[in-house]
Design a protein around this ligand. Sequence first.
Ligand code: HEM
Length: 239
Amino acid sequence: MSSNSSNRGPGGLTTVGAKMLVALTGIGLILFVIAHMLGNLQIFLGPEALNNYAHKLKSMGPLLWVARIGLLAIFVTHLGLTLALTRRNTKARGGSVAEPQIKITGERYLNGYAYETATTASRYMIHTGILILIFVVYHLLHFTVMPDETVLMPTSELPNVYGMVIDGFENAGIASLYILAQLALASHIYHGASSCLQTLGLRTNTTKAGISKLGLLLALLIGLGNISIPIAVLANLIN
Ligand code: HEM
């Protein structure tokens, strides 16, 4: 077997190719999460603003389905390749000489000493990723696939997405689940954002500090932005 083919990773891609795709799909998912959060934050502008926004999205017709299928493809690619790379990496760390060491999130995973220097966020990427997957399945069932029709019932010509979100988060258990999921998401983005840019070769000695700050800033903005919604409902600031 040639050394090149032994470097073949998941789906016949080279390990570098697989990591590039994980990085690009990661950036796509971060952009989706930012757009989704900005849309949801319209809840603070009142029922009409959020319901109008939801109505506009639903009126996109077939385009909405193209976007949904695109998003699903990006999500599945990101998840599938990450799991496959992690499996290979674990095997490689298990001591197989033939297997090349695969860096998922940078130099820090190369050996025992370096692993110890990994940040908590980077060490738990796979765990926070799985928590996000569980959250997304629950979230889709909660608001999209099986929404509470009695609450979602339009008050005017618009679907009452505002009422559905308020009704959901008035339940402290559900609101807490959302808050915990956003903490996992923030941790994932904190490490993931800088890791993506490193894989794409954009993290150099000069950009290193700025990129780490960007990861922290994105994690804080997305985490706090999303968490503000269930907190505001629980605190009765919006109702
Ligand atoms: C507190 C945080 C969040 C709130 C309040 C929220 C709210 C909503 C609502 C109301 C919908 C249904 C929209 C409609 O029927 O028009 C929705 C759909 C969705 N949300 Fe969220 N969301 C939150 C966080 C997230 C996160 C973190 C993700 C991904 C990691 C996510 C992924 C999705 C997806 C994929 C859909 C389906 C979009 C579609 O209809 O195709 N959401 N969300």
